[in-house]
Design a protein around this ligand. Structure first.
Ligand code: GLA
Ligand code: CA
Length: 792
């Protein structure tokens, strides 16, 4: 056991300031009391609060991403930034972790959060889901829905989904309906579903959710829905206001153009103005510059357009709550800093001041901009070693037999790791095993020796097994990262979800008869079967260490020497780490630390290079150690199109928005190539593509679930995260960009996609970037589609 007796470096000035502020604050804020009932309604092109015009300046905060003790601090920061409203999602899956067991207490006490918002003189917008997206495991839906094999979500197809949704909404309304403004609370609006048009177009489903929100108890507040300028018209929903979401630097007039044609008298609101963006494991840290971001915010203020900053402060996806995007599958980092105006630790950034300086010019009658509250104290912890360990293979929980491979959910396990063990017969020849649907990362062992690491992001599914004269023990240790939270791939079970096969003759045969070991994420489980010792170990293991603090404060735990896994401090789950970055530190809230002895527990399913940690004063969010090149092109690789005949060619016009091209006749093929010949501006060497869609024979888009980038001649992955797969991530605000920092290779630019199967295509759609910049917008193009792979 290491006892760390080093003194802490505390910023004493900040400390005194914090105490002073706390004392002052106690006097300034009267205890929360119910106000007299008010109204919030839709007027002619404006919102009306108690009958008077009101521009919503909202700040999105997520209560589970902020330790409860810090809720009020973050609310006060938002007020000091110039906001009059706080916007929140409800996260169904934290409140109902087991069917019918609801928890709205402590960290989950969302009513208390809303009351704190009211206490600080702000209004509240509530977005109860059921689906929320939010880069949160399964978009906020409970994992146990997946125990139903044929579950359909966000649709009328499955009455079970609708019933569960209605039950949850009722429980949520019990907590929050009393806080509607008409009841003397501060809730002015309640959202129905979330960006449904990115998923479907069934108006009946949205009507059902609208009615369920109302009958649950949100029967007085103004309802609204949010979608995008390109898709809000895919379905209609009466009695509900429509708002639009878009990103930093958008052209405001373009964004609202079609909306105003269709709803000429509706108030305008950007319900999510993206201040930054979220990080994926293994991909560069995302930022959005202050200038890009602030200009469009000013445009909105000048037009009296209401907005909500998504995120005002992102916080942290503690524990196992981070989600994933697909296609391509890509899990979310633990930090949800979001490059937002208020940083992950509650720290004030340059963007914060830019917003405050702007908004002080647009305050409404009677409003005063308070000073920001003092920042929270930060401490450092000198490096120390975790010198107790417990190897995973020597500390297995009781196993369960299963004939066929089954996903984690079948064993009543929501998150974490699962070990599949079996015995394979002797063989004089080498064999391979093929895993169908690995979710999401695995280490494979033969007779206890590691032989391969497989990663869903790369599509890894095959392992070579050496020849052997004796039978072999096969272990597949699978770690689940986040469940998909967006789009059609949201049914995302974990572990191995289909089967494992092994070579037999010239074919493959399914391996049967497994023993399964489940490793859930709760802290108590970690201590249930583990026996720690001070022995040096290799491979997957728990590590434990103690450290002493004289004073507590926030810190960033440096885990850069660790492989892949999870960290608990004093029983609090700090979240996932992964050496590939971009984050190398984990945020430790000071309120989870103690004066005196603290315990740190790390489960590493890979291998640390050294079992040491330290507490840093600043996070490391942008150090990426990719395990493979970020580029979709090998050095010296050149696409050869000399013998290829395009199925379509032409020129796009210069205007923004989707462009649809119909082929003369349908073409079939599996390999698709987009060739950009020129840009809209003369001499612009760049190519940018926000989205590419292929249209099937029935006129509908082909789902890009199996698509893979095979080649892109050039990608910007340094200055921004603009890799080629951004053309089919179904996010309109992200785009592929040819290299724009350093060398700027010129046209033609090529993007080659393996569609995963032969399809019939009758046309395609291209979406140019939609921020105010126009660099790289494609003019001349050619399209190729073939059955055989392209030549290099
Ligand atoms: C959408 C969703 C949000 C979030 C953002 C991206 O707007 O509504 O929940 O996922 O995208 O951060
Ligand atoms: Ca995109």
């Amino acid at each position: 056991m290491t006892l760390n007796k080093h003194a802490l470096y505390i910023n004493a000035r900040l400390f005194i300031f914090t105490i002073l502020f706390a004392v002052l604050a106690m006097h300034v804020h009267a205890p929360a009391r119910a106000q007299s009932p008010g109204t919030f309604t839709l007027g002619n092109k404006e919102f009306l609060l108690n009958g008077k015009p009101f521009v919503i300046r909202a700040a999105e905060l997520h209560y589970p991403r902020i330790p409860k003790e810090y809720w009020e601090h973050r609310i006060q920061l938002c007020k000091a930034m110039g906001m009059n409203t706080v916007c929140i999602y409800l996260f169904w899956n934290i409140h109902e972790q087991k069917p019918d067991v609801y928890d709205f207490s402590g960290q989950n006490d969302v009513a208390e959060f809303v009351r704190l918002v009211q206490k600080n003189g702000m209004y509240c917008i509530v977005r109860p889901g059921p689906y929320v997206c939010a880069e949160w495991d399964m978009g906020g839906l409970p994992w146990w829905l997946l125990k139903k094999k044929d579950i359909a979500v966000r649709s009328m197809e499955d009455p079970y989904f609708i019933t569960r949704t209605q039950k949850f909404l009722k429980e949520a309304a019990k907590q929050l309906a009393p806080l509607q403004i008409q009841n003397g609370g501060n809730i002015i609006m309640v959202q129905v579903e979330n960006e449904y048009a990115t998923f479907g177009s069934d108006g009946r489903y949205m009507e059902t959710i609208r009615n369920s929100v109302r009958s649950a108890g949100f029967d007085k507040a103004q309802l609204f829905r949010c979608d995008w300028s390109s898709n809000f018209n895919k379905y209609q929903l009466d009695g509900v206001a429509t708002t639009l979401n878009f990103g930093a630097g958008s052209n405001i007039d373009n964004q609202f153009k079609k909306f105003q044609e269709i709803y000429p008298t509706a108030p305008l609101m950007c319900s999510e103005y993206w201040t930054g963006w979220f990080d994926h494991w293994g991909k560069p840290h995302e930022t959005r510059s202050v200038n890009t971001f602030i200009g469009s915010l000013k445009d909105m203020m000048d037009r009296k357009i209401s907005f909500s900053l998504y995120m005002a402060h992102g916080g942290t996806s503690f524990g196992q709550w981070g989600g994933a995007n697909a296609p391509p599958y890509s899990a979310m980092a633990t930090s949800y800093d979001y490059n937002a105006p208020v940083g992950e630790q509650g720290n004030i950034t340059e963007k914060f001041f830019a917003v405050r300086d702007l908004l002080k010019n647009y305050l409404q009658e009677g409003e005063i901009l308070p000073d920001p509250p003092a920042e929270k104290r930060v401490i450092t912890i000198p490096e120390f070693e975790l010198n107790e360990s417990a190897p995973l293979f020597e500390n297995l929980p009781p196993g369960k037999r299963t004939e066929t491979i089954r996903p984690m959910e079948d064993f009543d396990q929501g998150w974490g790791r699962i070990l599949y063990r079996t015995t394979i017969a002797a063989s004089a020849a080498k064999r391979k095993i093929v895993i169908t649907e690995l979710h999401d990362w695995a280490s494979v062992f033969i007779d206890g020796k590691p032989i391969a690491k497989l990663d869903r992001r790369r599509g890894d599914n095959t392992v070579e097994i050496p020849a052997s004269q004796t039978k072999l023990r096969l272990d597949i240790l699978v770690e689940a990262t986040g469940r998909v939270n967006y789009g059609k791939a949201i049914i995302d079970r974990k572990g191995i979800t289909e089967k494992v096969e092994i070579t037999e003759g010239s074919g493959l045969k399914e391996i049967k008869d497994w023993t399964v070991y489940n490793f859930p994420v709760d802290y108590n489980f970690q201590n249930k079967y583990t026996r720690f010792s001070s022995r040096q170990v290799t491979g997957p293991a728990w590590y434990r260490g103690k450290f002493i603090l004289r004073e507590t404060g926030d810190t960033f735990l440096d885990v850069s020497t660790w492989g892949k896994g999870m960290v608990w401090v004093n029983g609090h789950n700090l979240g996932r780490f992964w050496k590939i970055g971009p984050q190398q530190t984990l945020f430790v809230p000071g309120v989870w630390l103690k004066k005196g002895e603290n315990e740190l527990l790390i489960l590493d399913v890979d291998q640390p290079s050294s079992a040491k940690v330290a507490g840093l004063a600043k996070p490391i969010l942008d150090k990426i150690n990719p395990d493979a090149s970020l580029l979709s092109r090998f050095i010296g690789q050149n696409l050869d199109l000399s013998n290829e005949v395009p199925v379509s060619k032409g020129e796009f016009g210069p205007e923004e928005g989707w462009k649809t091209i119909k082929f003369d006749k349908a073409h079939t093929g599996r390999f698709f190539c987009f060739e950009a010949l020129s840009a809209q501006q003369a001499n612009d060497p760049l190519t940018t593509v926000a989205e590419l869609e292929l249209i099937g024979d029935d006129g509908n888009n082909l789902a890009p679930l199996k698509w893979k980038v095979v080649y892109a001649d050039s990608e910007e992955v340094t200055a921004s995260n603009s890799s080629a797969d951004k053309v089919f991530d179904t996010q309109e605000s992200t785009f592929w960009q040819s290299q724009s920092s350093g060398a700027k290779p010129s046209h033609p630019h090529h993007l080659l996609i393996d569609l995963g199967e032969v399809v019939s295509v009758s046309g395609f759609r291209y979406l140019p970037r939609s921020d105010k910049k126009t660099g790289g917008m494609v003019k001349g193009y050619r399209i190729y589609l073939k059955n055989a792979a392209f030549k290099f």
